[in-house]
Design a protein around this ligand. Sequence first.
Ligand code: ARG
Length: 465
Amino acid sequence: MKKNKKNINPIWGTNFSKQTNPLLEKINSSIDFDKRLALHDIKASQVHCAMLKKKKIISLLEHKKIFRGLTKIKNLILKNRFKFNQKYEDIHMNIEMELHKLIGDTAGKLHTARSRNDQVATDLKLWISESIKDICASLETLQKNIVKKANLHVYTIMPGLTHLQSAQIVSFAHHLMAYYEMLKRDKKRFLNNLAGLNECPLGSAALAGTSFPIDRMFTAKNLGFKKPTSNSMDSVSDRDYALEFLSNIAICGSHLSRLSEDIVIWASDQFNYVSLSDDFSTGSSIMPQKKNPDSAELVRGKMGRFAGNFFSLLTTIKGLPLTYSKDLQEDKEPIFDSFDNLLLVLKVINGIINGLKINKNEMFNACKKGNLMATDLADWLVINYNMPFRKAYKITAKIVGLANKKTCQINELKIEDLNLIEKNLGENLKKFLKIENSINYKKSIGSTSPKEVKKSIQIAKKELY
Ligand code: ARG
């Protein structure tokens, strides 16, 4: 490579007479963020180089020089001593230029039978696959903590809500285990995503494939893929695996956001079901009495960027003609941002759950209001008096109406009052309407009954350990 007096790009600038405008340099340079692909890029280059040697496209000696050069660069990067240069646009050219500095013109042989287009798709697939493993590990840690907490609260009862209005009594464990299920599906979605990432784009070259007799299966296998991609044009164009990754993060983020919202509500003075530990709360600079659940609010708040990042890439890709266009360089920042923030919020929510103090008494006392056993009562009438449910509903509604009139709860009505509504109801009913019994009345699979909740905890433990 000749010294470039005019400071024109030494790799692609041969026929260019003017140096790059600083504005283009600024908008075109991705090195500040795609340096995160460095180790994957080197790994892919080393395998590519081994394949070129195997197919005798480069000599043994050339392979050795290139391979060693790349290893040196890897070590520089690992030791934080690599100087990334804006002028060389992206990670691929930064590494190639450094290799040239280290081993001279042999470096130019590495780019035989490949292009940055298949290189970047390969690096990204490798990076996302690795990141999915990190996310799944973090998801599991959170799931374990949720199960541990749930195990302690199978008999801790609280009002279950619909429309944010008191509905029926549930156990706190049941509420927590609902999130276990959501996270389990999140994990499954990420693992499915992984399955779609197992075809290797490298060897597709710029868009049309290459005239060199390369061994794409060798490259794919040695990079940990199952096989090569089937269409070179598709390989360099699409980022559906990245969209899937971003949508999986957004869906998982929505679950964490809802859990945070529950925690924010529970921690309010009006509910007071839980207290966040001090190390996950903040105070107010003006109101000395305050303890705010900022940690949970921030987890909830991250949902905005998770959704935004998914939409950002989806919008970038929509309408791009085949094959590669530089718009695709916009894929990386949303991906990195969503990944970093998901890992962060998974850890934060885990910390919140760990330190969460459960105010059992408040939860129990809240069950005494709102006639939460009205549905239990209607079911009981059907079972014990062989009534159609609609009739039982009406009788129950009358009982609730009477309690409202007397400004008391249904279980506080006198036996005589109940008997006025339906003969001989009173005595049996009074025994039935004990709030601590409500969860035991549930019989269905997946219900809040202690038997079912214990079963789901058992299953979860088997899945996790
Ligand atoms: N930095 C580019 C990207 O991230 C790499 C591919 C560049 N290809 C090209 N033909 N200019 O998309």
